[in-house]
Design a protein around this ligand. Structure first.
Ligand SMILES: O=C(O)CCC(=O)C(=O)O
Ligand SMILES: [Fe+2]
Length: 288
């Protein structure tokens, strides 16, 4: 090494060298500001999560509370009995056009033909459906027990997946939000590998090495740029993939911070009632 090279190498290790690189190399500038930005967001992130506190005494659904804390999800077979199921189905089946995405009645309705799904807001005109969703104090209590008193019902919809072989946007592995979002699916039809059972990566609601980076992207990039992606990095984490199967009347409840993905419908319909809970979103019509 010449004296000039040695002097340069020494200088590069000083604050002056850092300053030189900062101005000279765009990527060094980008990295520096990215770190500052991530550190600032980490403060907001930590303070949000410090405000989310669970309290097991607030729920009667202790087994489900434990399951969700441990695995991120729970499945309750026969959550409603056949009589209640029949009463709800009779309300749902009388919604003209809903079965194939063509509903034209008074309730708020969304149809996404490319995904092959549609969603209808629930109100008191369907009393049996209302009772197990918007009126379901047991579920509301479970959500508050898991994530604190601020947790609230942010949506309740009747969901119908009707598009056979359609690739639903939710088929990519993803989590829904960087904040609390709990969902319950009360199955009104049998759900299995042919009927679009959701995949849940058991335990992935915690201990995910790149969660903060992805959450950071989801806040600062557009939805389009940061939406769910490929199975490749997810498979590398080695989580068990559980298919959330259940007969009509089963209830699946899952922490959507865990990695999950929809699957294709191979025949018939998948009908369910979805409740969604968050700490921060007002109640509104939601398709997912
Ligand atoms: O429809 C499904 O199976 C999964 C949908 C989903 O990702 C969600 O509701 O968050
Ligand atoms: Fe999702």
């Amino acid at each position: 090494m010449t004296i000039v090279q040695k002097a340069r190498a020494l200088l590069a290790q000083t604050a002056l060298g850092d300053l030189y690189h900062y101005y000279k190399v765009p990527r060094v500038r980008a990295k520096y500001h990215l770190k500052k930005s991530m550190d600032a967001f980490q403060e907001e992130y930590d303070s949000y999560w410090a405000s989310v506190n669970s309290d097991r005494t607030l729920t009667t659904m202790k087994e489900q509370f434990d399951d969700i804390q441990r695995n991120g999800f729970t499945i309750v077979e026969n959550y409603i009995d056949q009589i209640q199921l029949a009463a709800i189905r009779s309300e749902v089946d009388s919604l003209e056009g809903f079965a194939n995405g063509q509903y034209e009645g008074d309730l708020t309705f969304t149809n996404r033909p490319d995904d092959g799904i549609c969603a209808l807001s629930i109100d008191q005109s369907m009393p049996e459906t209302y009772k197990v969703s918007i009126g379901n104090e047991d579920l509301h209590g479970l959500a508050r027990a898991l994530y604190g008193c601020k947790t609230r019902l942010s949506g309740a919809s009747l969901l119908n997946k009707y598009g056979v072989d359609k690739i639903d946007s939710s088929n990519a592995p993803h989590w829904d939000d960087w904040r609390v979002r709990l969902k319950s699916f009360l199955y009104l039809s049998d759900v299995d590998e042919e009927h679009a059972a959701t995949i849940y990566c058991k335990g992935s609601h915690k201990d995910l090495p790149w969660r903060f980076e992805k959450d950071f992207c989801s806040v600062f990039m557009s939805h389009e740029a940061s939406a769910g992606g490929s199975w490749w990095p997810v498979d590398a984490l080695g989580f068990e993939k559980v298919l959330c199967k259940g007969k009509a009347g089963a209830l699946v409840i899952f922490d959507t911070a865990g990695i999950h993905a929809g699957t294709n419908l191979k025949k018939d319909n998948r009908l369910m009632i979805m409740n969604m809970y968050t700490t921060h979103l007002d109640f509104t019509h939601r398709a997912f």
